[in-house]
Design a protein around this ligand. Structure first.
Ligand code: PEP
Ligand code: MG
Length: 581
């Protein structure tokens, strides 16, 4: 048995047989052809390109109904196929360098992919698509078919060095138990897709694809971000129990509507959902969530050549607000930069993008885009109960500047006699230690706060949340993070203004007792997490959670905090779930 640690990109746990896909390894030797064959080879390539175009159109038709918005990623492929900057050098390599069609495609596409990778984000995000496209064209040249994930004989855990969204798009949901990739980040296209489809996924385990045998037994723990290869009996049994529990919880969710959650000693907790895609919003509203604690609007932009215009955003936000009626919906303004991008911001390249021009800072730079988004949110506000939230706020003056833009858009709409809701709460995310320490001042301006524990952990501990090499150091339970959460919650209590937590911690049963103990009462989580979290919330009491939190704050050491959490989890295990260290 061997356990690998990576980064969780999509929750859930699955066990099954490995299907290993090694893409980066495909090597095609440089083969030259006699001059007499050149035009034949060009014609062969043209046929292969036309066939690939058709394959992609077909896939687009097949996936449109199924995955909605994500099928627009396919336009990226069509763009590459039609792009003269790529196709012309391939033709030139055949005609002038006398390469075979296969060699020409390989050499040219690889050099483009390498260039993209060297340019860093956001360009590097397109490298997997480009390489996947190469595989498709090569398959057509050879007259063979790629491994078709849509026609697998039995369910598998896909382990790949890299996995293009395009391949992921074609999957038969019933046959893919989980994804594990060596490279990628939590916000890569494939990660977003996995979350959207509810497939457990882990990324950032270098060298895994080469060290796992085809058909090996593997467990993918998307809660902890780990992969167990050839588990021993005890581990297998423990996970089998966990998987049964999670399935039971998922099935039970429908019976719980609406979510009325109180701790064992009767303290009411609020359970909201995080939304990355608006598809399925009606189902979530029907499922009984108390509202939406975080709508990540930047995902509306991904895969489009142009950002969605104001009216497109208006209809998306309106639909979401209508679905939730009087329940609050927090729309976070665009959070670009670092590992999330859009074509409009792709010109930016920075040595340290996480510390650079990202998020609200970038919104100030791209004020037209920001104002269009705010206008769309305000116009949609008449359809429900909207709240606006700014990401990555540092201090009061930054918040004030963002709020003033909202006020100025309001004035513009009033002049044009466009209706919007009379009072819209405006809040800030607490994602930086600076913001947590300044929570009290922020609350003089902000109507509410929401703790983004994903970034708060990254910035407090100085650990890149997308880098698998430091994943073991990414510890949201670190006492320093706990202190900052406690400071924020206390500031909210003093100001009598709402404070919620919408990072991944909120949906992880391991951390929920700690958060309750730190004073968090409103939790916003990925919908798939709600079952186990609610069960746990009902099992615990405020005094025992507070005692856990006190010990964590006093521990002075993340390992010690992990031990405390584990011991707490063990005590509640009889209720069916053990917190993993
Ligand atoms: C966070 O940082 O905790 C958060 C919720 O925002 P995101 O994960 O989109 O950065
Ligand atoms: Mg964040």
């Amino acid at each position: 048995m061997k356990t690998f640690r990576g980064i969780s990109v999509s929750e859930g746990v699955a066990a099954g047989e490995a299907l290993v896909l090694l893409h980066g390894e495909v090597q095609i030797p440089e083969v030259t052809i006699p001059p007499s064959q050149r035009e034949k080879e060009v014609a062969r390539l043209e046929r292969a390109l036309a066939a690939t175009r058709k394959d992609i159109e077909k896939l687009e038709d097949e996936t449109r109904g199924r995955i909605g918005d994500l099928s627009r990623l396919l336009t990226v492929y069509q763009t590459f196929l039609d792009d003269a900057t790529i196709v012309t050098p391939i033709m030139a390599a055949i005609r002038q360098k006398h390469l075979s069609a296969q060699s020409a495609v390989h050499v040219v596409v690889r050099s483009f992919a390498d260039r993209f990778l060297k340019m860093g984000e956001p360009f590097s995000n397109y490298a997997p698509e480009l390489l996947d496209l190469e595989r498709r064209v090569q398959a057509r040249l050879l007259g063979s078919e790629l491994v078709n994930l849509n026609r697998l004989p039995k369910p598998v855990v896909v382990i790949a060095d890299e996995l293009a969204p395009m391949q992921a798009l074609a999957i038969d949901r019933e046959k893919i138990l989980a994804f594990v990739t060596e490279s990628g980040s939590t916000e890569s296209h494939t990660a977003i897709l996995a979350r959207h489809l509810g497939i457990p996924a882990v990324t950032g385990i270098r060298g895994l694809a080469k060290s796992v045998g085809q058909k090996a037994r593997v467990i993918v723990d998307g809660l902890e971000g780990s992969v167990v290869v050839e588990p021993d009996r005890d581990t297998m049994q423990r996970y089998a129990k966990l998987i049964r529990g999670l399935t039971r919880d998922r099935n039970k969710v429908a019976e719980r509507m609406p979510y009325q959650v109180a701790t064992r000693d009767g303290v009411q907790l609020e359970v909201l959902c995080n939304i990355d895609m608006t598809e399925g919003a009606h189902d979530l509203a029907d499922a009984g969530f108390a509202g939406v604690g975080l709508f990540r609007t930047e995902f509306l932009y991904i895969g489009r050549k142009e950002p969605p215009d104001e009216n497109t955003q208006l209809s998306t936000y309106s639909e979401l607000l209508r679905a939730f009626g009087a329940r609050p919906v927090v729309i976070r303004t665009m959070d670009f930069g670092a590992d999330k991008f859009d074509d409009r911001v792709s010109v930016l390249r920075e040595a340290n993008p996480v510390l650079g021009l990202r998020s609200i800072r970038l919104s100030f730079e791209l004020e037209d885009l920001f104002r269009a988004q705010v206008r769309a949110i305000l116009r949609a506000s008449v359809h429900g109960s909207v709240r606006v939230m700014f990401p990555m706020i540092t201090d009061q003056s930054e918040f004030r500047r963002a709020r003033e833009i909202v006020e100025s858009v309001k004035a513009e709409l009033t002049r044009k006699r466009v209706r919007f809701a009379p009072s819209i709460p405006i809040g800030a995310m607490i994602e930086l230690p600076a913001a947590a320490l300044e929570a009290e001042h922020l609350l003089k301006e902000a109507d509410f706060l929401s703790i983004g524990s994903n970034d708060l952990t990254q910035y407090t501990l100085g650990v890149d949340r997308t880098n698998g090499r430091v994943a073991h150091l990414y510890r949201p339970h670190h006492p320093a993070v706990c202190h900052l959460i406690a400071i924020t919650v206390e500031a909210g209590l003093r100001a009598k203004k709402p404070v919620s937590l919408c990072g991944e911690m909120a949906g992880n049963p391991r951390y929920v007792p700690l958060l309750i103990g730190l004073g968090v009462r409103t939790f916003s989580m990925a919908p798939a997490r709600v079952g186990p979290v609610i069960d746990l919330m009902r099992q615990v009491s405020i005094p025992e959670c507070e005692s856990l939190a006190r010990s964590a704050l006093e521990s002075g050491d993340a390992d010690e905090t992990a031990r405390l959490i584990e011991a707490f989890g063990a005590r509640t295990e009889k209720h069916g779930r053990k917190a993993q260290p």
